[in-house]
Design a protein around this ligand. Structure first.
Ligand code: NAD
Length: 482
């Protein structure tokens, strides 16, 4: 029996049928916030059935009416923004300005999906041959599975399900089992907004649920966000049963600083990118490369910035950086730092011993800086997903770009320069999907595609915007002669 986390299937809140349980904790204190019972494949099956049953009714609900439910949800999210942000800080750990920003990004996706009558329009061409016209319609496909990670538990589900339902599909959402409470509140608000039973179904759980979603014959497509290891598993497993899949994975993002950069701006942007959200962002910078004389200056400023960050409870105004999500993740990040040191990288700032007085049960890891990290060691090649910076030097932009391109990931990157030519050259050849020019976190807004390349992305259509509309619909083309 779960205290706080329940499945939502066919418009009813119900306990999962499994027996294994997990504790949802406040990462700043370690205090338990609720217990989650892991759902089984039978629970997934029940949710898919609910989605299938609701699909004909929802598909034939006019698009403007579907959009109106999202308009109402949008207003409820705005009205409850502060409540949602505080709850999110409590279960995730990131500081309030960050959780307010995350809720805002989620709202923007609901706003964008509310434009579905326009976004879903097809094309027509008259007289493609004598007396023959051609037209295309976008149609929904059925029940979609959506599987999301712990690091943006409000925003990332909203990259997908508002578009999936706006286009007339129904959904089975499997949120992260580590911080499911805030999105549960959002689903309550969706219910209050008048979303009919069975259109959005939520199943809480872990691997068994994910595998059941990938294998289920009545699910037509899967949207996934998480680590590259699981993204690849989900992509292979779900496409093997004929589903369309978009699977967003991990990252190792480079930030290149040229000698002509505004160094103050570059240092603030790099530090904000690396240490913001305690490094738990797929867009977080990981390696700063100072080119030529930029290296000495950016290095000093980065070390100053990292050394002045105040750790604490994200609900307090005085906190710059919260904890990481769990004790297991803290230990994993510490393990990367141990290994980096053992591999000979210079450890200039060590966050392993961090603690916060009065919050000794929290999952703390302080800002950490490595320098002169050689290319082949794990601190250089693996996604750490914690507040750990690498600072390297390059002779010129070519060498910096070569370092960046040696990574197997291709999510995001940034360049800091006052030269339009250098920035243009970088954009042209970066080969990476989300590019910041004098911007540390290159996060596309709701109306642009969000997703990476190389091992950061499996699939073709990305999250948000027009790609989302394409992913959740098929184009039916009609050629007519009368
Ligand atoms: P994760 O891969 O551990 O979990 C993601 C989802 O997969 C969760 O719902 C989880 O229950 C499920 N899962 C975990 N292990 C599984 C397994 N063995 N088999 C089947 N399902 C499994 O990721 P996380 O730790 O929750 O999130 C952090 C990761 O997500 C980082 O790698 C980060 O870069 C990535 N991420 C990527 C983006 C992007 O846009 N590319 C955005 C946010 C997060």
């Amino acid at each position: 029996m779960s205290d706080a986390v329940r499945n939502y299937v066919a418009g009813r809140w119900q306990d999962p049928s499994g027996t294994d349980t997990l504790s949802v904790t406040n990462p700043a204190s370690g205090a338990e916030l609720g217990r989650l019972v892991l759902s089984t494949s039978a629970d997934v099956d029940a949710a898919v059935r609910a989605g299938r049953e609701a699909y004909p009714m929802w598909r034939s609900t006019p698009a403007p009416e579907r959009a109106r439910v999202l308009f109402r949800l949008r207003q409820l999210l705005v009205d409850h923004k502060e409540e949602l942000a505080r709850l999110l800080t409590t279960e995730h750990g990131k500081v309030l300005p960050e959780t307010r920003g995350e809720v805002q990004r989620g709202i923007e996706n609901v706003e964008h999906a509310s434009g579905i009558p326009t976004l879903m329009m097809g094309d027509t061409v008259e007289e493609i041959a004598s007396g023959i016209d051609c037209a295309s319609w976008r149609q929904p496909l059925g029940v979609f599975g959506i599987i999301t990670p712990y690091n943006f538990p409000v925003m990332i589900p909203l990259w997908f399900w508002p578009y999936a339902i706006a286009t007339g599909n129904t959904v089975v959402l499997k949120p992260s089992e580590q911080d499911p409470l805030t999105h549960q509140r959002i689903v309550e608000l969706a219910e209050e907004a008048g979303l009919p039973a069975g259109v959005l179904n939520v199943v809480h759980g872990a691997r068994e649920c994910v595998e059941a979603i990938c294998d289920h014959p009545d699910i037509v497509g899967v949207s996934f966000v998480g680590s590259s290891r699981v993204a690849e598993i989900v992509y292979r497993r779900a496409t093997a049963t004929g589903k369309r899949v978009q699977a967003l994975g991990g990252a190792k993002n480079y930030m290149i600083v040229l000698p002509d950069a505004d160094m103050q701006l570059a240092a603030e942007a790099c530090a904000g990118s690396i240490f913001g959200s305690t490094g738990q962002r797929c867009l977080a910078g990981s390696v700063v490369v100072g080119v030529g004389p930029a290296h000495r200056e950016i290095r000093e400023r980065m070390l100053d910035a990292a050394g002045s960050i105040r750790l604490g409870d994200g609900l307090e105004d005085t906190t710059d950086m919260g904890p990481v999500i769990s004790a297991a993740h803290r230990d994993r990040v510490r393990g990367f730092i141990d290994q980096g040191e053992a591999d000979g990288a210079k450890l200039s700032l060590d966050g392993r011993g961090a603690s916060v007085s009065g919050l000794e049960g929290g999952y703390w890891i302080g800002p950490t800086v490595f320098e002169d990290v050689s290319a082949e060691i794990s601190i250089a090649t693996e996604e750490v997903f914690g507040p750990v910076a690498g600072i390297n030097r390059a002779r010129d932009l070519d060498e910096a770009v070569a370092m960046m391109q040696a990574s197997r990931y291709g999510n995001a990157c940034s360049i800091f320069t006052t030269s339009g030519k250098a920035a243009r050259d970088f954009r042209y050849r970066a080969g990476i999907s989300m590019i910041g020019v004098n911007v540390g976190v290159a996060a596309p807004m709701a109306f642009f595609p969000f997703g990476g390349s190389k091992a950061s992305f499996y699939g073709d259509l990305k999250a948000q915007g027009r790609d989302a509309v394409s992913f959740f619909t098929d184009q039916r083309v009609v050629i007519s002669r009368w």
